[in-house]
Design a protein around this ligand. Structure first.
Ligand code: PLP
Length: 355
């Protein structure tokens, strides 16, 4: 860092994205992307005509995209916010709803960016440990009295919280915003969208990066009461009103039109997830029941980091976290059936090496 870096930022530890090495071809099971390509409609929508219009600014209101999302989720366009990836929206939410007095509560084991945003904005964080079995401590969230962000299903555990628990947290914290990060909800969990009518303090954050095969396009959206959405717009128009580029807006609209394609892929991923879970358990792994497009697993006899390194040397990337409670685990994205087959065979080989 330079000597010019603001003292406010000197101790900030940034988010570490999953590695994207280029030295060889890897089976990539480390960043929870979809193994399936965007729909044919999306590929067709981003055509020469659109590319030829890149000299013109995109629509800052994202009118078409918002209308399609509103229709799709049964709300009004005023209840939709769109931005350049859901990370962007979470960042805006920290800026809009938190300050030095009003903090954010989140789990000790959850999406790593919540902690980064809290540090970045100097926001007091209330870190609520997951229970022994890695489920969310709903009682403590219900009595926290501050803003809340919960990933549902949670990452990297894949465990989903029932909607009655989400509702309880929202009702118990009426003077705070309760953010539900539903990045993985399309893989078998229940969305809290139906709770918005009675819980105007709830903000649901979603992404096109996982179930809609568009991680490379950067598109996220939020659904919530119009005044919460207006707060997010205030931040967007104070930073980067054109944050969703022309190609992504077109691609996003086409993706919503081809939702049945993505549902079929989600079903395939769920099937592959269940198969992989069985295979890993047969190899002696403890695998948490996942409602996401990844599984979280550990082997009682093998060190998590060593397994990660051995897999990497065999050309398979998975995610390993160094946190004390989870350092024996691997987070494995559910890829194509053939990729999971290679994963299981390779793991079997590694486990047998030491007999
Ligand atoms: C992947 C992920 C995001 C970020 O999604 P982008 O839209 O790609 O920025 C947000 N929250 C969770 C829990 C995620 O896993």
């Amino acid at each position: 860092m330079s000597k010019f870096l603001s003292s406010r930022l000197k101790n900030l530890s940034a988010y570490t994205p999953g590695e994207q090495p280029r030295d060889r071809k890897y089976i990539k099971l480390n960043t929870n992307e979809s193994p399936y390509p965007p729909s044919p409609e999306v590929i067709e929508a981003v055509d020469c005509q659109q590319v030829g219009m890149l000299n013109l600014y995109p629509d800052p209101t994202c009118k078409i995209l918002k209308e399609k999302l509103a229709e799709r989720y049964g709300v009004t366009p005023e209840m939709i916010f769109v931005s350049n990836g859901s990370d962007d929206i979470l960042n805006f939410a920290f800026m809009a709803f938190c300050d030095r007095e009003k903090g954010m509560a989140y789990c000790d084991i959850t999406y790593g960016f919540y902690d980064v945003f809290a540090q970045l904005h100097g926001v007091p964080s209330e870190i609520i440990p997951l229970k022994e079995d890695f489920t969310v401590d709903v009682d403590r969230f219900a009595e926290c009295g501050t803003n809340v962000v919960i990933a549902n299903p949670n990452a990297p555990t894949g465990i989903a919280l029932p909607l009655c628990d989400i509702e309880r947290v929202a009702r118990a914290n009426r003077d705070s915003v309760v953010i539900v990060d539903e990045a993985y909800v399309d893989f078998g969990a229940e969305s809290a969208v139906g709770l918005l009518v009675e819980n105007e303090n709830m903000l649901i954050v979603r992404t096109f990066s996982k179930s809609r095969s568009m991680a490379g396009a950067r598109l996220g959206f939020a659904i919530g009461a119009p005044d919460l959405i207006a707060d997010l717009e205030l931040i967007k128009y104070s930073t980067n009103p054109y944050d969703i580029n022309r190609l992504t807006q077109i691609a996003g609209a086409a993706a919503i039109d081809s939702d049945s394609y993505y549902f079929e892929n989600a079903d395939r991923i769920i099937e592959t997830r269940e198969y992989t879970t069985k295979r890993l358990r047969a190899l002696g792994f403890e695998v948490i029941d996942s409602k996401a497009n990844f599984v979280f697993a550990r082997h009682p006899l093998f060190d998590g980091e060593k397994l990660y390194c051995r897999l990497r040397s065999e050309g398979i990337l998975v995610r390993h976290f160094k946190g004390e409670r989870i350092k024996q685990y691997l987070r494995i994205t559910v890829g194509l059936p053939a990729e999971m087959e290679v994963l299981c065979e390779t793991l079997e080989k590694i486990l047998n090496e030491r007999g």
